[in-house]
Design a protein around this ligand. Structure first.
Ligand code: ASP
Ligand code: MG
Length: 405
């Protein structure tokens, strides 16, 4: 069988860890499997390269950033190949370009256009372990590119698709995907499986296990993969297209996003085009708006409504500036910003076929004395904005109600 294994920064964080990776790969070779290894930069390396560049100038050229950042992964592939040689295995390292990964020319967040893994196949057939640098590729005219932070995941998933690998494993420093963050909810359990959509929702809700783009890519190309730890032999979590039986479980996971802030505009004139004007301006400023709630109008002569929305906390100041710039033109009242909020969400494909989920969630919050500030739902998710101070207690209570203590 052909296996693609990706090892993240902590899994290759020092020479001992790299030797550990080599030992794991050697075991697969001994079992007769062909192995393609995708590696990240050693942990901390990408961050320190970015810092280094900023010490030269605040806004370095993005092309040169890619040349710089690609060295992080290039270091790891060579060291990993050496570690395999030390065990007596045949192994060859390849940069993204050498592995045939072609991208567009959007430096620092390039998209993979296609992969021609001819060289990878040749080396595998000659009995080598092939080690590919994650997170990088090249444009058709030969410029080095990178795929955005966390992009080694994407390299692995895309290579698994292009090579039609029998197995794709994403090795990290956690055992898999959990029902909740175990640091907050002691009773959280590792999930044996999760659907692409649930994984995407949980990732976008702040449960960062993998780069979202790579999960989207896996969904699009039907790449089944496993998230597991490089530090033990426990089975991980299988991520795949949802199956009927996945719906038997109502809720797959609970997450708490502490990184949002809320803005409320009081007494916004209730007439066509106002919301469009506000959110177009926020969009133009590249501010990502998440939840939006608009109240019923009040006032008969000049109907007005309160409008609230949430943004990422680091964007709050920028959002307040954009809104202040619209005040004269639109003519709303006070603007209230709240930073001490948490977005608590439950996710599960089982919501499609079970009723009463929202009621149970709200009842649980009521029992905890938690006030709900905003609500939003999708087919497989219910999110509420609550007081940040009560976030963790609320998360525990919700986990206990749906998934056990
Ligand atoms: N080294 C890159 C980063 O830190 C890519 C990766 O680790 O996946 O973002
Ligand atoms: Mg990473």
């Amino acid at each position: 069988m052909l296996i693609v294994q990706k090892y993240g920064g902590t899994s290759v964080g020092n020479p001992e860890r790299i030797k550990n990776v080599a030992t794991r790969v050697a075991r697969c070779r001994a079992a007769g499997d062909q192995v393609v290894v995708v590696v990240s930069a050693m942990s901390g390396v990408t961050d320190s390269l970015i810092k280094l560049a900023k010490e030269i100038m605040p806004l370095p050229s993005e092309r040169e950033m890619d040349v710089l950042l690609a060295t992080g992964e290039q270091t790891t592939i060579a060291l990993t190949a050496m570690a395999l040689h030390a065990l007596g295995l045949q192994a060859v390292s390849l940069t993204g370009a050498q592995a045939g990964i072609l991208t567009d020319g959007v430096h620092t967040k390039a998209k993979i256009q296609n992969i021609t893994p001819k060289r990878v196949h040749e080396l595998l057939n000659a009995g080598h372990v092939v080690i590919v640098a994650g997170f990088q590729g090249e444009t058709p005219d030969g410029h080095i590119t990178t795929l955005g932070r966390g992009g080694s995941d994407l390299t692995a998933i895309a290579l698994a698709a292009a090579l039609k690998a029998g197995l794709c494993q994403i090795y990290t420093d956690v055992d898999g995907v959990y029902t909740a963050d175990p640091r907050i909810v002691p009773g959280a359990r590792k999930l044996p499986e999760i659907s692409y959509d649930e994984m995407l929702e949980l990732a976008s809700l702040g449960a960062k296990v993998m780069q979202s783009r790579s999960v989207e890519f896996a969904k699009k190309f039907g790449v089944v993969f496993e998230v597991r730890s490089s530090l033990n032999d426990n089975p991980g979590t299988i991520v795949k297209e949802e199956t009927k039986s996945m719906e038997d479980i109502v809720i797959r996971g609970v997450s708490l996003d502490k990184n949002q802030a809320k803005v409320t505009l009081v007494a916004v004139p209730d007439k066509p085009g106002v919301a469009a004007r506000i959110f177009k301006a926020l969009g133009d400023a590249a501010i990502n708006v998440d939840m939006i709630v608009q109240n019923v109008s009040h006032g008969s002569g000049k109907p007005a409504t309160d409008l609230s929305f949430t943004v990422d906390k680091p964007d709050l100041l920028k959002a307040q500036k954009v809104i202040a710039g619209l005040k004269k033109e639109i003519g709303f009242g006070e603007v209230i910003a709240a930073e001490k909020i948490g977005k608590l969400s439950i996710v599960g494909v089982g919501m499609k076929s079970h009723s009463g989920v929202a009621g149970k969630m709200f009842e649980t919050l009521a029992k905890e004395g938690v006030n709900i500030d905003m609500i939003s739902t999708s087919e497989i998710k219910i999110s509420v904005v609550i007081d940040l101070a009560k976030g963790e207690a609320a998360m525990k209570a919700i986990h206990a109600a749906f998934l056990g203590a």
